[in-house]
Design a protein around this ligand. Sequence first.
Ligand code: 8Y4
Length: 266
Amino acid sequence: MGVLNITPDSFSDGGQLYRNQRVDVDAVLRRADKMLLEGADILDIGGESTRPGADRVSETEELYRVTVAVHAISERFDTIISVDSSNPVVMAESARLGAGLLNDVRGFSRDGALEAAAASGLALCVMHMQGQPDTMQMNPDYVDLIADINGFFEERVHTLRLAGIPQDHIILDPGFGFGKSAEHNFDMLARLRELVYQDMPLLVGLSRKSMINSVLERPTQDRLFASLALATMAVERGASIVRVHDVGATADALAMWHRTVRSDSR
Ligand code: 8Y4
């Protein structure tokens, strides 16, 4: 899954697709084309930054950013479009315009999100977050990290199924960096095999995240090699989908993992 941030203030790839209060549609299409040529199967489009301290975005503004990109990409490319949003209006409109996956870092917890997700008929990614984006990194605390996340998965799957969503439309995500210390994040990665509910597929986002900084002290743009190691370890430990900024480099790394697994099974 390749990341397409349609925001002016994205921490990782700031404001290249959104400038002067406008979505740069040509830039979005060029970036989408590049990621698809490099091997992305899914493009994740987001119009709201969840970084602590990021500017709030109005519904109208988020709807504009996301739908312009979804519409342009779905007209030109045959790919799965994921929409990174917690807003039910954005979810519904994106589904109408050709999205294939709804990716909600708030786990479909906002008023109306569950209903919009169910009505869309799309696949869903449900992510774990402790707290809210603005304060989640202040003092992340768990009695039992793995049990907490697995309990969250169980509760959300149960709730989504009651809303009429089939289990095979649901992807789970432990939410690296969302209300977790560096220690929590590395514990989650080490024990990723234990983060499951009924063998459902796992999506992880580790690309360029600040847990890398806790070891290497690198600015975001210099976190590629570390990100490749993290993506490879996640897939080795059972992740089905990795959300990344650097699609070509990650595809190369995972091709080596995949080839090695093939030899190991003979
Ligand atoms: C540098 C680069 C520092 C990126 C921080 C970040 C996830 C996600 C995000 C994730 C799913 C981010 C939308 C945060 N992370 N969706 N979204 N899983 N499903 N931060 O881990 O990339 S945004």
